[in-house]
Design a binder for this molecule. Structure first.
Ligand SMILES: Cc1cc2nc3c(=O)[nH]c(=O)nc-3n(C[C@H](O)[C@H](O)[C@H](O)COP(=O)(O)OP(=O)(O)OC[C@H]3O[C@@H](n4cnc5c(N)ncnc54)[C@H](O)[C@@H]3O)c2cc1C
Length: 401
């Protein structure tokens, strides 16, 4: 592992820092239109879709450069780009599995956020066990007709297009009868109902399909081979690069230190309480572990190594850390945690910008990371089976007494 930044990387960081100092918005962006305008600016500067190939509007940058941009943006609290699902994993899935016509039609509108995308995979009875999904797509000759329900659809209310998994052959084993489609969210047979979260926001939704239409040319890959495509999407979704997150935690940590200096309990500053100091010391040590774990993954990515199943280790580690982190912060702050800002709040127009405001909402939001893109238990199964080579999960009902 090489933890040193090259002279080129250092120069790139300085350039990015200057650009952000001159261009990052000074005030909260309240509307989707404002977020789109900022996104466009970032895109034109080469800071969106950095790893995408140039032929699809990307910048062909290195993972290190991308991490530097995320790091610098977190440092100044710049609003992140929108269309995170489209850019992060739906576009890359189309690059791998799409037809030339699909690439031509869809990819170039994803990066500038001209079209916003959502992911239509989970259903009320098909989350971890995604292959049990029941939404049907029936072949009508020149098109498919879709009926069924999806749930937890992030960005559903603002999405123009969705990547959809639907059952196309109910007679074969469940993994084999699923196909993957690109579907317009702007049509009469698609109803999006926002869901209210514990944080009070509505970042995701239920989606009901009643006779919705998918064109034949919007089938991705072969009929009944959608399962493999879903694995590609999930691989990108789990991601591997956590450095931008670590910077955000580190910034929140300095705010926590500041609060612990200012707030008094029992007549003295919180920071003088030995129990508080011990908790904060442990938190800081864990934060540094996360930073070096992030750098180690980045170093491998920069050498061209694919993270593979190891991305489950990264995801499990930082999402569980995030929960412990905000839990500890709330314990330290007590009732102040309900009022004090952990970081700047952005208008909740898109799930990829769904950053929490107070320490209390940050704590609530931290639960989400251990559920989406496969829960922590599911990540542990993957690590056990694919990284450690342990025997496959044994279901209790199949064990002999
Ligand atoms: C913030 C957020 C955004 C999301 N966005 C999207 C989206 O845009 N599109 C989309 O399609 N989905 C989305 N999801 C849904 C997400 O993928 C599912 O919530 C997730 O896969 C878990 O499924 P489930 O909620 O049905 O829980 P279940 O699968 O019912 O799991 C319930 C519990 O059982 C455990 N469990 C299940 N199976 C096993 C097993 N084999 N071994 C051990 N434990 C197990 C789980 O860990 C969990 O604790 C989102 C979820 C969240 C929280």
């Amino acid at each position: 592992m090489d933890l040193n930044y090259s002279p080129e990387d250092r120069a790139f960081r300085a350039k990015t820092r200057d650009w952000l100092a001159a261009n990052a918005p000074q005030e909260d962006l309240k509307t989707l239109a404002e977020r789109k305008a900022w996104h466009r600016k970032l895109y034109e500067a080469g800071y969106v879709g950095m790893l995408w190939p140039r032929e699809y509007g990307g910048w062909g940058a290195t993972p290190m450069q991308q991490a530097i941009v995320q790091d610098e943006m977190a440092r100044v609290g710049a609003p992140p780009p929108i269309n995170g699902l489209g850019i992060g994993f739906i576009g890359p899935t189309i690059i791998v599995h799409g037809t030339p016509a699909q690439k031509e039609r869809y990819l170039r509108k994803i990066l500038p956020a001209e079209e916003i995308w959502c992911q239509l995979y989970s259903e009320p009875n098909a989350g971890s066990d995604l292959a049990s999904l029941k939404t049907r797509a029936e072949d009508q000759g020149d098109h498919f007709v879709v009926n069924g329900q999806k749930i937890w659809t992030s960005s559903g209310p603002i999405a123009d297009w969705g990547i959809l998994l639907a059952r196309t052959d109910p007679k074969v084993a469940k993994h084999r009868g699923i196909s993957c489609f690109l579907i317009s969210m702007r049509q009469p047979g698609v109803e999006v109902r926002p869901l209210k979260q514990i944080t009070g926001h509505s970042l995701f939704s239920e989606v009901f399909f009643t006779g919705a239409r998918v064109e034949k040319h919007d089938l991705v890959g072969n009929l009944n081979e959608g399962w493999a495509i879903a694995q590609t999407t999930l691989g990108y979704e789990r991601g591997a690069n956590s450095l931008g997150r670590v910077t955000r935690y580190a910034i929140a940590f300095t705010q926590l230190v500041k609060a612990a200096r200012e707030l008094r309990r029992g007549g003295r500053p919180l920071i003088e309480d030995p129990a508080v100091r011990a908790r904060m010391g442990k938190l800081y040590a864990e934060l540094e572990v996360q930073r070096y774990a992030g750098l180690r993954v980045l170093s491998a990515l920069n050498r061209g190594q694919a993270p593979g199943a190891a991305s489950s280790i990264t995801k499990l580690s930082y999402t569980e850390f995030e929960k412990r982190y905000y839990e500890t912060a709330l314990e330290i702050l007590g009732p102040w945690g309900q009022l004090m800002s952990a970081r700047e709040e952005f208008e909740e127009v898109d799930s990829s910008s769904g950053e929490p405001g107070t320490w209390a909402t940050a704590f609530l939001w931290s639960r989400a990371g251990t559920i989406y893109s496969g829960s922590s238990e599911v990540q542990k199964n993957i690590i056990g089976e694919r990284v450690l080579g342990l025997p496959k999960e044994v279901r209790a009902d199949r064990l002999k007494a």
